[in-house]
Design a protein around this ligand. Structure first.
Ligand code: ME8
Length: 628
């Protein structure tokens, strides 16, 4: 039996999970589930990276302890993966004692190899990336190219790793093993980086407290968070405490990650492993980014989309399918709701869903609730359908091996399309009018059910929930979990079984008509606009206005002392929500009496039909600051 060990990166717990994280995790899940169908001994690892400076700061900002903060966000990742049907075998938390001990053992192994020394680090550091930057890697004014925020200058005495010593071995490794880093474009990036020269790297942080203590020096600070994090791939399978499991799964077959962390996985990690005298992973695959309007989805950039909300709205399978079908895995892909809905309606509701509905409805009409017995030798287009079905698996394999998920699904959809066409060409509804053709009708519908059973196996790595529902509807309840590629034998579908409850598995998503956005007023000049004095104002206190449940009376300070305003926001905000908030005030509005209270200004809000959101500022600015 082959083994297959696949990993996702471990995600930072300063961040809430978003569709970028779900993208990698779903891809890894597809690989794991596919290999289980092949009968492999699979270990699928995901988890969270809970240490480092950005976490330390994020917790402090929230007034929480670091551990409390991590516990909170780790729980969100875990429940998201449950919702997304992620079948990981282990969930690593780097704050676990097991991991910390293994990370220290790993550091010590590198130290014992003579590859660690103490020196001063002075240079740029981007906290959201948790990485050191050279000046020429930053944009103007020392802005980090990924997070578009200024990097910080740090100077500290740290432990360094002799990365430079491994330059030649790394180069040879990557040159001689074309599959080690994929896709090709990423491999070339790494090669040119190595060729341009590798410098030793700091692997501890003396100014950071929240981390794994450096094992060789009580005053040495903590391990650089990346060294701590990378060692998760071995700590999870027993590097510190379970040599049998380690030997069973290590080296990893594939580390999946996005291109921004390729250097850590393609250069630093293999060099550290060489130093610690451990085998190297077989492949590192750096996929593209999910973007929104061309920008990487990330909390720091502020454009996150919550996969959990998408799954609530459209179903887990639809989200998983979209990720795997819409984008070329190695390249960036822009997420849009329109393309999502279009893809789901056309591929899932129209193609696959329709094949299932039509087949089962025809069986119901002609054979009650029972899957009919196939009668007679193949005729008409039967053989073409059977051949298409039997050829899917060998065609699928090379695409999955290259992580070309979209191409793999396209191959599977050849069977969906062929089966729908088969049904059209064979037109059993016409034959059913002639009682002497009943056997032929039975054979045609049986063949469609058999194609659906094959499809339930093929789609199961991508859409485990839908696969299960297909299996149940065609009457194989309970056997869903047992299906593997070994079940892809035409004719294995038992006849005479009772169909399950028939329901559309992918209801069509009705597209709301876009509201026509008409300019609400005629044009104004800049001078007209300048007449409005907009200011940042802090809400000092807030209370309900008597006799109405719509209004709040707020005391605000726009830099010139307290004043009262009345705002129609009570249905959307409680007084406590607003105290301390910085809002945008129209400061030169003529005072007016509202319900007996004199209102000296107005706050700005986005006003929808059913919701309202008060405008605020995303950085702290003093009260009275002009807004324009
Ligand atoms: O880098 N598009 O954690 P992280 C696609 N803790 N994938 C995305 C993405 C996007 N817009 N945004 C995030 C870290 N990802 C470290 C990893 S591993 C030893 C330590 C995915 O929370 C993608 O897999 O910033 C990326 O590599 C990972 O999340 C980074 O997650």
């Amino acid at each position: 039996m082959s083994k297959f060990y696949v990993t996702t990166p471990i995600y930072y717990t300063n961040d809430v999970p978003h569709i970028g994280h779900a993208y990698t995790t779903v891809a890894a899940d597809v690989m794991a589930r596919y290999h289980r169908l092949c009968g492999d001994d699979v270990f699928f690892l995901t988890g969270v990276d809970e240490h480092g400076q950005k976490l330390e700061r994020a917790a402090a900002e929230k007034g929480m302890s670091e551990q409390e903060y991590c516990d909170n966000i780790s729980a969100r990742f875990m429940s998201l993966w449950e919702k997304m049907d992620i079948s990981n075998d282990y969930f690593i938390r780097t704050t676990s004692e097991r991991h910390k001990a293994a990370a220290q053992k790993f550091f010590r192994a590198v130290y014992d190899a003579g590859d660690v020394y103490k020196a001063y680090y002075e240079g740029w550091y981007c906290v959201p990336c948790e990485r050191f930057y050279k000046e020429n890697e930053l944009l103007d004014e020392n802005i980090c190219p990924i997070h578009e925020r200024p990097a910080e200058w740090i100077k500290e005495e740290n432990y360094f790793f002799r990365l430079s010593k491994y330059q030649d071995r790394l180069l040879k490794l990557i040159e001689e093993n074309p599959d080690f880093i994929q896709p090709e474009s990423r491999r070339n990036e790494v090669l040119s980086m190595i060729r341009s020269g590798l410098e030793d790297r700091s692997i501890s942080r003396s100014s950071v407290k929240w981390g794994v203590p450096v094992p060789i020096d009580p005053d040495g600070g903590v391990l650089y968070v990346w060294v701590d994090a990378l060692s998760n791939y071995i700590s999870s399978i027993g590097y510190g405490d379970d040599p049998d499991t380690l030997a069973r799964y290590w080296p990893a077959d594939i580390h999946l990650l996005a291109k921004d962390i390729l250097v850590f996985h393609g250069i630093i990690w293999p060099a550290l492993l060489m130093s610690a005298n451990l085998p190297l992973p077989k492949q590192i695959f750096g996929h593209g980014w999910l973007t929104k309007d061309g920008k990487k989805i990330s909390k720091t950039i502020g454009n996150v989309i919550d996969p959990s909300e998408l799954a609530d709205e459209f179903g887990t399978d639809a989200v998983r399918y979209f990720f795997m079908r819409e984008f070329t895995f190695g390249s960036d892909g822009d997420f849009s709701r329109e393309s999502f809905i279009h893809r789901i309606n056309s591929d899932l509701a129209n193609d696959l869903g329709n094949l299932l509905n039509r087949t089962l409805a025809l069986i119901k009409q002609n054979f009650g609730d029972t899957i009919p017995q196939p009668e007679g030798e193949p005729e008409g287009h039967d053989q073409e359908l059977i051949d298409t079905a039997l050829k899917i698996l060998p065609r699928l394999k090379p695409h999955i091996d290259k992580l070309a998920f979209s191409d793999a699904l396209d191959v599977i959809w050849d069977l969906v399309r062929r089966a729908n066409k088969y049904l059209d060409e064979s037109a059993p509804w016409r034959l059913a009018k002639d009682p002497s053709k009943k056997d032929r009708v039975a054979a045609i519908l049986y063949n469609c059910v058999e194609a659906l059973r094959f499809l339930s196996i093929f789609v199961s790595p991508f859409m485990p929930g839908a696969s299960k529902r297909i299996v149940e509807q065609i009457g194989l309840d309970g056997q869903a979990a047992a299906q593997t590629f070994a079940d892809l034998e035409w004719g294995k579908m038992p006849s005479g079984v009772a169909m399950g409850k028939v329901e559309p598995i992918f209801p069509r998503i009705e597209v709301e008509k876009k509201q026509e956005v008409k300019p609400s007023t005629s044009e104004i000049t800049i001078d007209d606009f300048k007449k409005v004095d907009l200011r940042v104002a802090e809400v000092l206190s807030a209370e309900a206005v008597e006799g109405t449940d719509k209004l709040l009376s707020l005391t605000v300070d726009a830099g010139s002392g307290p004043r009262t305003i009345v705002a129609g926001v009570a249905e959307y905000y409680s007084p406590e929500d607003l105290v301390g908030k910085k809002v945008i005030l129209v400061a030169n509005l003529k005072p007016a009496k509202v319900r007996g209270v004199e209102s000296q200004g107005m706050l700005l809000a986005a006003v929808g039909k059913k919701d309202l959101s008060i405008l605020s500022i995303d950085k702290d600015m003093p009260s009275g600051t002009k807004v324009r």
